[in-house]
Design a protein around this ligand. Structure first.
Ligand code: NAI
Length: 333
């Protein structure tokens, strides 16, 4: 039987993986701890290892995996910035990932965050549970007729734009590789990013984190947004300079912020820290604003996405163990 050691797992991962593993005659050894050079020896009885976004798969870790006989590293996520893929190739370890699991999940969560933030659903919910039925401070705005700026019109950005079009909004977009036919079909207009920032009532980020996009929203660019604009970020925390964002919120330049990702989320998001002391002062400050809504990287978390992640990851485990190539488009080169 093929055995895969699965790291940094939570109950929701284990449930879907166990279901698909049984169908493919694979045994999963679930670990709650992360894979790193220190923990890699735990893979010695496995044929493959499976990791998530926070496992540290550097050169030392890969050398330890190779020593343990591992020839396949399966990422159960799209991004692979936590893996030294050059070292993996040198060592003959095949790296696979799940390039897209449910762009709908992330697009729908982006819109859900904006609606909750704008219509103060999060505040109203806690208020009503305290038998406080006052409407004070709960005034939102109609989305109808507003301008939504989508930065990055890949799989998720396009779906988010389409949902927003359904609200009767104008959608403008910015992307170095415009999807012109799609834009025409959905009445979306591409603009340079500065113009998008100046015109949008809501700016929604759907681009990857790259050296060029790091701190896309910073002290300078936040000065160019429409005063009081709302910002939604479900992509990567480091697209926004948090210090500048807090300044923008304090001055009112930024009208509201909905985040599913945060610059320093590693070690915080996905964990229950409710018994401890929050060491991150900027996250602590963000949590004090009534016009900031944060979820802890859960945009992907739907049944459909989890099932697809398990299916693609474990199918690749079975294929590589049987000497076949990974599913098309899933190999990290
Ligand atoms: P994609 O690769 O389909 O699309 C990304 C788009 O961004 C491409 O059209 C690309 O041309 C564009 N782009 C690249 N650099 C740009 C720039 N500087 N300015 C404007 N556009 C730029 O990616 P997909 O699947 O739509 O995902 C988007 C992002 O969503 C991912 O990079 C990832 O960071 C994030 N994500 C977040 C999840 C969550 O649970 N919060 C889950 C999955 C993805």
């Amino acid at each position: 039987m093929i055995k895969v050691a699965v790291y940094d797992t939570k109950s929701y991962d284990q449930h879907e993986f166990a279901k698909v593993a049984a169908e493919l005659s694979i045994t999963c050894e679930f670990h709650e701890f992360r894979l790193s050079a220190t923990t890699a020896a735990s893979a010695h009885t496995a044929d493959a290892v499976c990791v998530f976004v926070n496992d540290q798969v550097d050169r030392d870790c890969l050398a330890a995996l190779k020593e343990a006989g591992i020839r396949h590293l399966a990422l159960r996520c799209a991004g692979f910035n936590n893996v030294d893929s050059v070292a993996a190739a040198e060592m003959g370890i095949v790296v696979t990932r799940v390039p897209a699991y449910s762009p709908h999940a992330v697009a729908e969560h982006s819109v859900a965050l904006l609606l909750s933030l704008n219509r103060k659903i999060h505040r109203a919910h806690s208020r009503v549970r305290e038998l406080n039925f006052s409407l004070h401070g709960l005034v939102g705005f109609d989305l109808f007729g507003k301008t939504i700026g989508i930065i990055g019109t890949g799989k998720i950005g396009r779906l988010t734009a389409q949902i927003f079009r359904g609200f009767g909004t104008q959608v403008i977009a910015s992307d170095p590789y415009p999807a012109t036919d799609w834009a025409k079909a959905h009445d979306v207009h591409y603009l340079p990013v500065e113009e998008l920032l100046a015109q949008s009532h809501v700016i929604s980020l759907h681009l990857p984190l790259t050296p060029e996009s790091y701190h896309l929203l910073n002290r300078e660019t936040l000065q160019k947004i429409k005063p009081g604009a709302y910002i939604v970020n479900t992509s990567r925390g480091k697209l926004i300079d948090t210090t500048a964002l807090i300044e923008g919120l304090k001055t009112g330049r930024v009208g509201g912020v909905a985040l599913d990702v945060y610059e320093e989320e590693e070690g915080v998001f996905f964990e229950d820290l409710s018994d401890g002391i929050l060491a991150d002062d900027e996250l602590g400050r963000l949590l004090t604003f009534p016009n900031v809504l944060i979820t802890a990287h859960q945009a992907f978390l739907t049944q459909e996405a989890l099932a697809e992640i398990a299916r693609v990851t474990l199918t690749n485990v079975a294929r590589l163990a049987g000497g076949e190539a990974p599913l098309e488009g899933t190999a990290v080169s």
